[in-house]
Write a protein that binds this ligand. Structure first.
Ligand code: NAD
Length: 423
């Protein structure tokens, strides 16, 4: 059984996505006739990934690549290595990518992949073998014009480098544009590693201004201190906020005066988790949700904010760094309680936006400075949140439904104009 509390809420990630789509349908006018196209993935590939372990034994892992929708361009979405990965989860994550690329108006569709594996239990050599074999198995459906993977939970720039090398070896020439999130010296983009956390911060600042919340001395709690959570926490602390509580897979820590986030980053790099950090009070996993806070940043996994937790949360604003952290029923509870939720499909879109920049730079073989990238990122993210905010006011709906309205209109217009083959 998964540890994501799906069972408690009697729903799963794909059902969460379907409920979100059902909510947007009444706003779509005639385009509603095409909405079924979003209720199923275009293509789903399940692969067997056998590898020789260091001890000579053979182990089989199950991997996936799902292309949810390609109406607006090639598939785009990360690769997750986690023991809970299954087809249902990858389908939902691929669908959220379709919505996300459309909210940001990037010329991509939505895709996602993953392998059911605990990468922490593999040696570096085993991880490389797994990655190279998985890449080979999904290579018929990926490519710079087809579908472009990127990092997600449990994967990183090194793994993207192996994917790029494997695909290139099979094609007889270097194909940098096949994956994004690569190391910078392999055609990666400056600013990519920190882009998602930066996007959480930039959209959070805009939302805070709208609701009159001052960042200075505000209390922030973060769940997940990986790629997304640690950068978002750092940027908020730099802006004068106090990061008072952090939870990750090793435990939950609290400090009413706020952590030294830089020191926590260094600690996590060495100890692979927040547990045991100096000047912190260890708190219970569930007590984390009762901490007094102004801003909550879920940046771990989906299915974390249940109705029960939504009712207890003291935050005025939730910034969804993670994909799908809030159940639809919890969304309703937060809306009723007047909590502003900046939804995942815009809040964590900084990563895919800089991935888009990386892909463009690879295509042009011409690379931009980090300042240029951050400036372009901030501009696109601010434009997107302004558009979403305006739509939510016009339609008197949540920011999530507003984001889905904008995205679905773009996707379904593209579908309509392309027509249904063979007609
Ligand atoms: P990561 O692997 O770098 O970090 C994941 C973090 O979550 C770690 O701190 C881990 O300890 C924590 N975690 C795992 N299980 C947990 C649990 N049961 N309870 C509490 N904490 C737990 O992953 P990431 O790249 O930071 O991704 C985090 C989330 O952000 C995911 O939902 C991912 O899909 C989403 N996201 C990531 C990117 C990106 O660019 N990396 C982009 C968009 C969205």
């Amino acid at each position: 059984m998964s540890n994501l509390s799906y069972v408690n809420e009697n729903t799963d990630a794909w059902q969460t996505y379907l409920a979100q789509i059902d909510r947007v349908a009444p706003y779509l006018g005639d385009l509603k006739n095409y909405i079924d196209t979003l209720k199923r993935p275009k293509r789903a590939l399940i692969v067997d990934v056998p590898i020789v372990m260091d001890d000579g034994s053979i182990q089989h892992f199950e991997g996936y690549r799902v292309q949810h929708n390609l109406s607006r361009g090639p598939g785009k979405g990360g690769i997750r290595y986690h023991p809970d990965v299954d087809l249902n989860e990858v389908m939902a994550l691929s669908a959220w990518m379709t919505i996300k690329t459309a909210v940001l108006n990037l010329p991509f569709g939505g895709a996602k992949g993953g392998v059911r594996v605990d990468p922490r239990k593999l040696s570096t050599r085993e991880l490389e073998r797994l990655t190279r074999r998985f890449t080979t198995e999904i290579s018929p459906v990926i490519g710079p014009q087809q579908d472009i993977p990127a990092p997600d939970v449990g994967t990183n720039p090194n793994i993207m480098g192996w994917m790029m090398d494997t695909y290139s070896t099979q094609h007889g020439h270097t194909v940098t544009g096949v994956v994004t999130g690569k190391p910078v010296h392999l055609g990666g983009s400056l600013g990519r590693v920190r882009a998602t956390g930066r996007g959480v911060f930039v959209t959070g600042l805009q939302a805070a201004k709208k609701i009159g919340l001052s960042i200075e001395n505000s209390k922030v709690a973060v769940q997940g201190f990986g790629n997304v959570g640690n950068e978002a926490a750092y940027l908020f602390s730099q802006a004068g906020a106090k990061v008072v509580a952090v939870q990750d897979h090793t435990g939950s820590i609290f400090n009413a005066d706020g952590f030294d986030v830089k020191a926590l980053q260094n600690y996590v790099e060495q100890h692979h988790g927040v547990a045991g950090f100096e000047n912190s009070q260890k708190i219970d996993k569930e007590a984390f949700w009762d901490v007094e806070m102004d801003i909550f940043i879920p940046a771990a996994l989906e299915g974390q904010i249940t109705v029960e937790r939504a009712e207890r949360l003291s935050a005025k604003m939730v910034l969804e760094g993670a994909n799908g952290p809030t159940y639809p029923s919890a969304d309703d509870a937060l809306l009723r309680r007047g909590v502003t939720v900046v939804p995942d499909v815009i809040c964590n879109a900084g990563g895919v936006t800089v991935s888009y920049f990386e892909w463009v730079q690879d295509m042009a073989s011409y690379f931009w400075s980090e300042d240029e990238i951050n400036e372009r990122l901030d501009k696109l993210m601010i434009q997107a949140i302004e558009d979403v905010w305006k739509t939510s006011e016009e339609k008197s709906c949540s920011l999530r439904t507003a984001a889905y309205i904008l995205a679905c209109e773009r996707i379904l217009k593209a579908r309509k104009e392309r027509g249904i083959f063979p007609g």
